[in-house]
Design a protein around this ligand. Structure first.
Ligand code: GLC
Length: 397
Protein backbone atom coordinates (compact mmCIF):
# COMPACT_ATOMS: atom_id res chain seq x y z
CA UNK A 1 0.00 0.00 0.00
CA UNK A 2 1.34 3.46 -0.94
CA UNK A 3 -0.20 6.46 0.83
CA UNK A 4 0.73 9.98 -0.16
CA UNK A 5 -0.26 12.76 2.27
CA UNK A 6 -0.66 16.32 0.97
CA UNK A 7 -0.12 19.35 3.20
CA UNK A 8 -0.64 23.04 2.38
CA UNK A 9 1.82 24.03 5.08
CA UNK A 10 5.27 22.99 6.25
CA UNK A 11 4.62 24.56 9.67
CA UNK A 12 3.41 22.77 12.77
CA UNK A 13 -0.13 23.94 13.42
CA UNK A 14 -2.90 21.64 14.66
CA UNK A 15 -3.77 19.94 11.38
CA UNK A 16 -0.11 19.25 10.59
CA UNK A 17 0.41 17.71 14.03
CA UNK A 18 -2.58 15.48 13.36
CA UNK A 19 -0.92 14.48 10.09
CA UNK A 20 2.14 13.37 12.08
CA UNK A 21 -0.14 11.43 14.41
CA UNK A 22 -1.61 9.53 11.46
CA UNK A 23 1.82 8.84 9.99
CA UNK A 24 3.19 7.60 13.31
CA UNK A 25 0.16 5.35 13.78
CA UNK A 26 0.49 3.81 10.31
CA UNK A 27 4.24 3.38 10.72
CA UNK A 28 3.57 1.24 13.78
CA UNK A 29 0.54 -0.73 12.61
CA UNK A 30 1.36 -1.10 8.91
CA UNK A 31 5.17 -1.07 8.78
CA UNK A 32 5.19 -2.49 5.26
CA UNK A 33 3.31 0.47 3.76
CA UNK A 34 5.15 3.17 1.87
CA UNK A 35 4.26 6.64 3.21
CA UNK A 36 4.98 9.91 1.45
CA UNK A 37 4.36 13.56 2.25
CA UNK A 38 4.13 16.23 -0.39
CA UNK A 39 3.99 19.74 1.06
CA UNK A 40 3.73 23.02 -0.77
CA UNK A 41 6.46 24.63 1.33
CA UNK A 42 9.40 23.41 3.39
CA UNK A 43 9.28 23.54 7.20
CA UNK A 44 9.52 21.59 10.44
CA UNK A 45 6.62 19.29 9.46
CA UNK A 46 8.84 17.70 6.82
CA UNK A 47 11.71 17.13 9.22
CA UNK A 48 9.43 15.46 11.72
CA UNK A 49 7.86 13.33 8.99
CA UNK A 50 11.24 12.13 7.77
CA UNK A 51 12.18 11.15 11.30
CA UNK A 52 9.13 8.84 11.12
CA UNK A 53 10.51 7.30 7.92
CA UNK A 54 8.14 9.14 5.58
CA UNK A 55 9.47 10.21 2.16
CA UNK A 56 9.09 13.99 1.92
CA UNK A 57 8.78 16.20 -1.15
CA UNK A 58 8.18 19.92 -1.64
CA UNK A 59 6.38 21.46 -4.61
CA UNK A 60 6.38 25.21 -3.80
CA UNK A 61 3.07 26.90 -4.59
CA UNK A 62 2.99 30.02 -6.76
CA UNK A 63 3.42 32.90 -4.24
CA UNK A 64 0.13 34.65 -5.14
CA UNK A 65 -1.84 31.47 -4.36
CA UNK A 66 0.25 30.59 -1.30
CA UNK A 67 -0.56 33.88 0.44
CA UNK A 68 -4.24 33.78 -0.50
CA UNK A 69 -6.09 33.76 2.80
CA UNK A 70 -9.80 34.35 3.12
CA UNK A 71 -10.08 36.15 6.41
CA UNK A 72 -10.87 39.85 6.19
CA UNK A 73 -10.81 39.95 2.38
CA UNK A 74 -13.60 41.15 0.18
CA UNK A 75 -14.93 38.95 -2.58
CA UNK A 76 -13.39 41.30 -5.17
CA UNK A 77 -9.92 41.02 -3.61
CA UNK A 78 -10.23 37.24 -3.40
CA UNK A 79 -11.21 36.99 -7.04
CA UNK A 80 -8.36 39.35 -7.98
CA UNK A 81 -5.94 37.14 -6.01
CA UNK A 82 -7.27 34.04 -7.71
CA UNK A 83 -7.06 35.68 -11.13
CA UNK A 84 -3.41 36.59 -10.51
CA UNK A 85 -2.72 32.95 -9.68
CA UNK A 86 -4.40 31.48 -12.77
CA UNK A 87 -1.42 31.11 -15.09
CA UNK A 88 1.14 30.03 -12.49
CA UNK A 89 -1.49 27.63 -11.11
CA UNK A 90 -1.96 25.99 -14.48
CA UNK A 91 1.79 25.35 -14.63
CA UNK A 92 1.75 24.16 -11.04
CA UNK A 93 -1.05 21.75 -11.78
CA UNK A 94 1.05 20.10 -14.51
CA UNK A 95 4.05 19.77 -12.18
CA UNK A 96 1.94 18.32 -9.37
CA UNK A 97 0.23 15.90 -11.69
CA UNK A 98 3.62 14.60 -12.83
CA UNK A 99 4.88 14.33 -9.23
CA UNK A 100 1.80 12.36 -8.17
CA UNK A 101 1.96 10.08 -11.20
CA UNK A 102 5.66 9.35 -10.55
CA UNK A 103 5.07 8.48 -6.89
CA UNK A 104 2.30 6.00 -7.87
CA UNK A 105 0.06 6.35 -4.77
CA UNK A 106 -2.80 3.95 -4.04
CA UNK A 107 -4.27 6.60 -1.73
CA UNK A 108 -3.86 10.38 -1.78
CA UNK A 109 -4.76 11.74 1.66
CA UNK A 110 -5.24 15.49 1.42
CA UNK A 111 -5.10 17.38 4.72
CA UNK A 112 -5.89 21.02 3.89
CA UNK A 113 -8.41 23.09 1.96
CA UNK A 114 -5.94 24.23 -0.69
CA UNK A 115 -4.59 20.73 -1.28
CA UNK A 116 -8.14 19.34 -1.56
CA UNK A 117 -8.58 21.32 -4.75
CA UNK A 118 -5.06 20.69 -6.02
CA UNK A 119 -5.52 16.97 -5.35
CA UNK A 120 -8.86 16.89 -7.17
CA UNK A 121 -7.03 18.22 -10.24
CA UNK A 122 -3.94 16.06 -10.00
CA UNK A 123 -4.68 12.69 -8.41
CA UNK A 124 -4.21 9.85 -10.92
CA UNK A 125 -7.54 8.25 -11.91
CA UNK A 126 -6.77 4.87 -10.31
CA UNK A 127 -5.80 6.34 -6.90
CA UNK A 128 -8.28 6.78 -4.08
CA UNK A 129 -8.56 10.43 -3.01
CA UNK A 130 -9.42 11.22 0.62
CA UNK A 131 -10.27 14.73 1.75
CA UNK A 132 -9.60 15.21 5.44
CA UNK A 133 -11.19 18.49 6.49
CA UNK A 134 -10.00 20.26 9.65
CA UNK A 135 -11.87 23.58 9.43
CA UNK A 136 -15.36 24.91 8.80
CA UNK A 137 -15.85 25.78 5.16
CA UNK A 138 -19.30 27.35 4.91
CA UNK A 139 -17.99 30.65 6.32
CA UNK A 140 -15.14 30.83 3.76
CA UNK A 141 -16.43 32.17 0.45
CA UNK A 142 -13.64 30.89 -1.78
CA UNK A 143 -13.15 27.46 -0.18
CA UNK A 144 -16.89 26.89 -0.07
CA UNK A 145 -17.18 27.52 -3.79
CA UNK A 146 -14.07 25.54 -4.76
CA UNK A 147 -14.85 22.52 -2.56
CA UNK A 148 -18.42 22.32 -3.78
CA UNK A 149 -17.17 22.42 -7.37
CA UNK A 150 -14.77 19.51 -6.82
CA UNK A 151 -16.74 17.50 -4.25
CA UNK A 152 -17.47 14.68 -6.71
CA UNK A 153 -13.81 13.66 -7.01
CA UNK A 154 -12.81 12.33 -3.55
CA UNK A 155 -13.78 8.74 -2.81
CA UNK A 156 -14.42 9.75 0.76
CA UNK A 157 -14.52 12.90 2.88
CA UNK A 158 -13.75 12.98 6.60
CA UNK A 159 -13.83 15.76 9.17
CA UNK A 160 -12.28 16.17 12.63
CA UNK A 161 -15.62 16.52 14.47
CA UNK A 162 -19.30 15.98 13.87
CA UNK A 163 -19.77 19.70 13.86
CA UNK A 164 -17.29 20.19 10.97
CA UNK A 165 -18.68 17.09 9.23
CA UNK A 166 -22.17 18.62 9.20
CA UNK A 167 -20.82 21.90 7.83
CA UNK A 168 -18.82 20.19 5.06
CA UNK A 169 -21.68 17.83 4.19
CA UNK A 170 -23.95 20.79 3.65
CA UNK A 171 -21.40 22.55 1.42
CA UNK A 172 -20.43 19.45 -0.57
CA UNK A 173 -23.89 17.90 -0.78
CA UNK A 174 -22.68 14.45 0.27
CA UNK A 175 -21.98 12.36 3.36
CA UNK A 176 -18.93 13.21 5.48
CA UNK A 177 -17.59 10.91 8.19
CA UNK A 178 -16.02 11.96 11.48
CA UNK A 179 -12.51 10.92 12.46
CA UNK A 180 -11.62 12.38 15.84
CA UNK A 181 -8.01 13.42 16.30
CA UNK A 182 -5.67 11.48 18.52
CA UNK A 183 -2.88 12.50 20.86
CA UNK A 184 0.40 10.80 21.65
CA UNK A 185 -0.54 9.66 25.16
CA UNK A 186 3.08 8.76 25.92
CA UNK A 187 4.31 12.28 25.21
CA UNK A 188 1.35 14.27 26.52
CA UNK A 189 1.49 12.93 30.06
CA UNK A 190 0.93 14.50 33.49
CA UNK A 191 4.55 13.75 34.50
CA UNK A 192 7.61 14.65 32.44
CA UNK A 193 9.87 17.58 31.60
CA UNK A 194 8.43 20.97 32.53
CA UNK A 195 9.32 24.16 30.64
CA UNK A 196 10.49 27.28 32.47
CA UNK A 197 7.89 29.62 31.04
CA UNK A 198 9.22 32.67 32.90
CA UNK A 199 12.66 32.23 31.44
CA UNK A 200 11.31 31.51 27.96
CA UNK A 201 9.26 34.70 28.05
CA UNK A 202 11.96 36.85 29.65
CA UNK A 203 9.99 37.56 32.83
CA UNK A 204 11.47 37.57 36.34
CA UNK A 205 10.82 34.32 38.23
CA UNK A 206 7.26 34.27 39.57
CA UNK A 207 6.75 33.84 43.33
CA UNK A 208 6.29 30.23 44.44
CA UNK A 209 2.54 30.35 44.97
CA UNK A 210 1.86 31.71 41.48
CA UNK A 211 -0.88 29.98 39.50
CA UNK A 212 0.02 29.80 35.82
CA UNK A 213 -2.77 30.16 33.26
CA UNK A 214 -1.93 29.94 29.57
CA UNK A 215 -3.32 30.03 26.08
CA UNK A 216 -1.54 27.66 23.69
CA UNK A 217 -2.45 28.41 20.07
CA UNK A 218 -1.36 29.74 16.71
CA UNK A 219 -1.79 33.51 16.40
CA UNK A 220 -4.99 33.20 14.31
CA UNK A 221 -7.21 36.14 15.23
CA UNK A 222 -10.12 33.92 16.25
CA UNK A 223 -8.13 32.01 18.87
CA UNK A 224 -9.21 34.57 21.50
CA UNK A 225 -5.92 36.12 22.60
CA UNK A 226 -7.60 39.43 23.32
CA UNK A 227 -10.38 37.74 25.28
CA UNK A 228 -7.68 36.06 27.37
CA UNK A 229 -5.88 39.39 27.91
CA UNK A 230 -9.20 41.03 28.90
CA UNK A 231 -9.82 38.21 31.38
CA UNK A 232 -6.35 38.69 32.90
CA UNK A 233 -6.97 42.43 33.16
CA UNK A 234 -10.18 41.73 35.11
CA UNK A 235 -8.38 39.70 37.82
CA UNK A 236 -7.74 41.34 41.18
CA UNK A 237 -4.13 42.62 41.37
CA UNK A 238 -3.60 40.66 44.56
CA UNK A 239 -4.47 37.28 43.03
CA UNK A 240 -1.20 35.46 42.30
CA UNK A 241 -1.95 34.52 38.67
CA UNK A 242 0.43 34.89 35.76
CA UNK A 243 -0.76 34.48 32.19
CA UNK A 244 1.24 32.99 29.32
CA UNK A 245 0.74 33.06 25.58
CA UNK A 246 2.41 30.08 23.94
CA UNK A 247 2.65 30.02 20.14
CA UNK A 248 3.35 32.24 17.19
CA UNK A 249 2.11 33.32 13.78
CA UNK A 250 2.93 29.98 12.13
CA UNK A 251 0.90 30.27 8.93
CA UNK A 252 1.55 32.66 6.05
CA UNK A 253 -1.97 33.51 4.98
CA UNK A 254 -2.43 37.27 4.64
CA UNK A 255 -3.66 39.12 7.71
CA UNK A 256 -5.35 36.20 9.41
CA UNK A 257 -2.82 36.13 12.28
CA UNK A 258 -1.67 38.58 14.93
CA UNK A 259 1.96 39.59 14.97
CA UNK A 260 3.81 39.31 18.26
CA UNK A 261 4.16 43.13 18.35
CA UNK A 262 0.38 43.52 18.04
CA UNK A 263 -0.28 41.17 20.95
CA UNK A 264 2.38 42.80 23.13
CA UNK A 265 0.79 46.15 22.40
CA UNK A 266 -2.66 44.70 23.24
CA UNK A 267 -1.28 43.55 26.61
CA UNK A 268 0.28 46.95 27.31
CA UNK A 269 -2.97 48.75 26.43
CA UNK A 270 -4.76 46.68 29.05
CA UNK A 271 -2.07 47.26 31.66
CA UNK A 272 -1.20 43.56 31.97
CA UNK A 273 2.22 43.45 30.29
CA UNK A 274 3.88 42.65 33.64
CA UNK A 275 1.44 39.80 34.20
CA UNK A 276 1.66 37.98 30.90
CA UNK A 277 4.59 36.17 29.35
CA UNK A 278 5.02 35.64 25.60
CA UNK A 279 6.67 32.26 25.37
CA UNK A 280 6.88 32.05 21.55
CA UNK A 281 6.42 29.05 19.28
CA UNK A 282 7.58 25.70 20.67
CA UNK A 283 7.83 22.63 18.43
CA UNK A 284 7.08 20.43 21.46
CA UNK A 285 4.32 21.93 23.59
CA UNK A 286 4.03 19.13 26.17
CA UNK A 287 6.59 20.63 28.63
CA UNK A 288 4.86 24.04 28.36
CA UNK A 289 1.41 22.54 28.93
CA UNK A 290 2.73 20.70 32.00
CA UNK A 291 4.06 24.02 33.35
CA UNK A 292 0.53 25.46 33.36
CA UNK A 293 -1.95 25.01 36.20
CA UNK A 294 -4.83 26.11 34.00
CA UNK A 295 -4.91 25.75 30.21
CA UNK A 296 -7.19 28.31 28.62
CA UNK A 297 -8.88 27.76 25.29
CA UNK A 298 -10.62 31.00 24.30
CA UNK A 299 -11.56 30.77 20.62
CA UNK A 300 -14.11 33.40 19.71
CA UNK A 301 -15.49 31.32 16.82
CA UNK A 302 -16.59 27.67 16.95
CA UNK A 303 -13.45 25.52 17.29
CA UNK A 304 -13.42 22.71 14.72
CA UNK A 305 -11.79 20.27 17.15
CA UNK A 306 -9.26 21.94 19.47
CA UNK A 307 -6.18 19.74 19.52
CA UNK A 308 -4.68 21.72 22.39
CA UNK A 309 -7.72 20.92 24.52
CA UNK A 310 -7.12 17.20 23.93
CA UNK A 311 -3.38 17.56 24.61
CA UNK A 312 -3.96 19.53 27.80
CA UNK A 313 -6.45 16.90 28.99
CA UNK A 314 -3.91 14.17 28.26
CA UNK A 315 -1.42 16.10 30.39
CA UNK A 316 -3.98 16.07 33.22
CA UNK A 317 -4.39 19.85 33.34
CA UNK A 318 -7.44 21.83 34.38
CA UNK A 319 -8.83 23.18 31.11
CA UNK A 320 -11.24 26.01 30.39
CA UNK A 321 -12.88 25.48 27.00
CA UNK A 322 -14.68 27.97 24.84
CA UNK A 323 -18.06 26.33 24.36
CA UNK A 324 -18.77 26.13 20.64
CA UNK A 325 -18.17 23.74 17.76
CA UNK A 326 -16.25 20.48 17.82
CA UNK A 327 -14.43 21.39 21.05
CA UNK A 328 -17.73 20.77 22.85
CA UNK A 329 -17.79 17.18 21.56
CA UNK A 330 -14.54 16.26 23.29
CA UNK A 331 -15.21 17.40 26.85
CA UNK A 332 -17.71 16.58 29.57
CA UNK A 333 -18.56 20.02 30.93
CA UNK A 334 -17.92 20.41 34.64
CA UNK A 335 -16.43 16.94 34.90
CA UNK A 336 -13.22 17.05 32.88
CA UNK A 337 -13.24 20.70 31.75
CA UNK A 338 -14.90 24.03 32.51
CA UNK A 339 -16.91 25.43 29.63
CA UNK A 340 -17.08 29.19 29.05
CA UNK A 341 -19.16 31.16 26.50
CA UNK A 342 -16.97 32.21 23.53
CA UNK A 343 -15.73 35.80 23.75
CA UNK A 344 -17.03 36.33 27.30
CA UNK A 345 -13.94 37.75 28.98
CA UNK A 346 -15.73 38.49 32.26
CA UNK A 347 -16.85 34.85 32.60
CA UNK A 348 -13.39 33.63 31.61
CA UNK A 349 -11.86 35.88 34.26
CA UNK A 350 -14.22 34.45 36.87
CA UNK A 351 -13.35 30.85 35.91
CA UNK A 352 -9.61 31.58 36.05
CA UNK A 353 -10.10 33.20 39.43
CA UNK A 354 -12.13 30.29 40.82
CA UNK A 355 -9.59 27.73 39.64
CA UNK A 356 -6.67 29.83 40.89
CA UNK A 357 -8.21 29.73 44.37
CA UNK A 358 -9.06 26.03 44.36
CA UNK A 359 -6.14 23.66 43.87
CA UNK A 360 -8.27 20.61 44.77
CA UNK A 361 -10.74 21.41 41.99
CA UNK A 362 -7.90 21.82 39.50
CA UNK A 363 -6.57 18.43 40.48
CA UNK A 364 -9.94 16.71 40.23
CA UNK A 365 -10.55 18.18 36.77
CA UNK A 366 -7.05 17.18 35.67
CA UNK A 367 -7.46 13.59 36.87
CA UNK A 368 -10.79 13.17 35.08
CA UNK A 369 -9.32 14.80 31.98
CA UNK A 370 -6.39 12.38 31.78
CA UNK A 371 -8.71 9.41 32.28
CA UNK A 372 -11.07 10.54 29.55
CA UNK A 373 -8.21 11.45 27.22
CA UNK A 374 -6.97 7.85 27.40
CA UNK A 375 -10.39 6.60 26.40
CA UNK A 376 -11.05 9.14 23.68
CA UNK A 377 -7.80 10.21 22.05
CA UNK A 378 -5.79 7.00 21.89
CA UNK A 379 -4.06 6.18 18.60
CA UNK A 380 -5.63 2.71 18.69
CA UNK A 381 -8.91 4.29 17.64
CA UNK A 382 -7.29 5.83 14.60
CA UNK A 383 -6.17 2.60 12.95
CA UNK A 384 -9.65 1.34 12.07
CA UNK A 385 -10.76 4.81 11.01
CA UNK A 386 -7.85 5.17 8.57
CA UNK A 387 -8.40 1.72 7.06
CA UNK A 388 -12.01 2.65 6.50
CA UNK A 389 -11.06 5.91 4.80
CA UNK A 390 -8.70 3.98 2.54
CA UNK A 391 -11.41 1.49 1.58
CA UNK A 392 -9.71 -1.45 3.36
CA UNK A 393 -11.06 -4.01 5.78
CA UNK A 394 -10.13 -3.17 9.36
CA UNK A 395 -7.05 -5.08 10.50
CA UNK A 396 -7.59 -7.78 13.14
CA UNK A 397 -7.06 -6.34 16.63
C1 GLC B 1 -7.46 22.90 12.65
C2 GLC B 1 -8.63 23.31 13.55
C3 GLC B 1 -8.42 22.84 14.98
C4 GLC B 1 -8.06 21.37 15.02
C5 GLC B 1 -6.91 21.06 14.08
C6 GLC B 1 -6.64 19.58 13.98
O1 GLC B 1 -6.33 23.61 12.99
O2 GLC B 1 -8.82 24.72 13.49
O3 GLC B 1 -9.59 23.03 15.74
O4 GLC B 1 -7.73 20.97 16.31
O5 GLC B 1 -7.20 21.51 12.77
O6 GLC B 1 -7.74 18.88 13.48
Amino acid sequence: MRVLFLSASGALGGSERVLLEMMATLRRTAPGWRLGLLAVEPGPLLQEASVLGVETMVEPLPPAFASLGESGRTRARLLAGLAMSTLPLARYRRRLKAALRDWRPDVVHSNALKTHVLAAWSTPAHARLVWHVHDYVSSRPLSRWLLRMHAGRPATIAANSQSVAADVAQVCGRAVSTVYNTVDLDRFTPAGPVADLDQLSGLPDAPRDTVRAGLVATFARWKGHETFLDALAALPDTLPVRGYIVGGPVYQTGRSQYSLAELREAATRRGVSGRVGFVGFLPDTAPAIRALDVVVHASTEPEPFGLVVAEAMACGRAVIVSGAGGALEIVRPGEDAIVCPPGDAAALGRHIQDLARDGARREALGRAARRHARERFSRDRLVGALYELYGLARPAA
